[in-house]
Design a protein around this ligand. Structure first.
Ligand code: C2E
Ligand code: MG
Ligand code: MG
Ligand code: MG
Length: 282
């Protein structure tokens, strides 16, 4: 009896695995098509200056509205795009669209773009980025790229060369999801960053965990010692925002300050003098 149960369980697994694989293959094909047709959209999450609360820029976050499945999370399609070798196509189409969208905002508004670990292995990356910026008329000093430590461990030498080439052209570099990768302190010493982004897992739990609070305090103070500005991501309520401001965290991002939204909505979050683009203003 036990044997029979075992066998039917096995058959059940086999069948569901089969379905899963077919599902994945279908999703993969759809993603390939969506990227080819440039149907992935940039959404924009406000980046806020803690000193006065003004929005100084947006993080560009990829969004995919699947024709039948609806919105698919980036946690699902970004890794998939990496696996099928299309992450660069996705990133460049997103960057172009973001540069165009930002024409309706003032020249002071910055963009923060996520660069995948896979891309930091390609020595041609700086030329690609700078080429697109030149074509779209977007100043490199208005772009910040966000990299995670995962991107740095596999080929530190190449990553270092890529980042310093971008930096020498005015592009800023932020170390994303700080605190979750390993050997964090090593990378802070080996590479030049312009900002450290404290991972949202610590920020979100500051209210409920005194350890999280202590870790965030320590990261802010460590960064200050190194002369690095900090950005806290995942600010979901006022108490956390106030605490971060009180310890001198420089910048903030989170649902409390604004979610990722389409360009038309993002403009509403800007100060009136930033809402009109250089070219758009009549
Ligand atoms: P990330 O770069 O750390 O982006 C921040 C994520 O935190 C975003 O999730 C954002 O919506 C979410 N978030 C911000 N504030 C809050 C908050 O207060 N509470 C909560 N619960 N979440 C908050 P999203 O858009 O789902 O993106 C997830 C990850 O997918 C990103 O993490 C990034 O690693 C990746 N990703 C998104 N777009 C791109 C892209 O264009 N290229 C690459 N390479 N990766 C991307
Ligand atoms: Mg990011
Ligand atoms: Mg992040
Ligand atoms: Mg994160």
């Amino acid at each position: 009896r036990a044997k029979r149960d075992g066998r039917s369980t096995y058959r059940f697994f086999e069948q569901s695995m089969d379905e899963e694989l077919r599902d994945r293959a279908a999703l993969e094909a759809d993603l390939r098509k969506a990227i080819g047709e440039e149907r992935l959209e940039p959404h924009y999450q406000p980046l806020v200056d803690m000193r006065d609360g003004h929005v100084y820029g947006f993080e560009v976050l990829a969004r995919w509205n699947h024709p039948t499945r609806g919105w698919i999370r980036p946690d699902v399609f970004i890794p998939l795009a990496e696996q099928i070798g299309l992450i660069s196509d996705l990133t460049w189409s997103l960057l172009r669209r973001a540069c165009r969208d930002s024409r309706q905002w003032s020249d002071d508004i910055r963009l923060a773009l996520n660069i995948s670990p896979v891309q930091l292995k390609d020595p041609l990356l700086p030329n690609q980025i700078l080429g697109i910026l030149a074509e779209e008329g977007f100043a490199p000093t208005r772009l910040e790229i966000e990299v995670t430590e995962t991107a740095l461990v596999s080929d530190l030498k190449t990553a270092k060369a890529i980042l310093s080439s971008l930096r020498s052209n005015g592009v800023r570099i932020a170390l994303d999801d700080f605190g979750t990768g390993y050997s964090s302190l090593y990378h802070l010493r080996e590479l030049k960053f312009d900002k450290v982004k404290i991972d949202r897992s610590f920020v979100q739990s500051m209210q409920t965990s005194s350890d999280s609070r202590k870790i965030v305090d320590a990261i802010v103070s460590l960064a200050k010692t190194l002369g690095l500005p900090t950005v806290a991501e995942g600010i979901e309520d006022k108490a956390v925002l106030d605490h971060l401001a009180s310890i001198g965290c420089d910048f903030g991002q989170g649902f409390y300050l604004g979610r990722a939204m389409p360009a038309e909505a993002a403009v509403e979050r800007l100060d009136p003098h930033d809402a009109g683009g250089a070219r758009g203003a009549a």
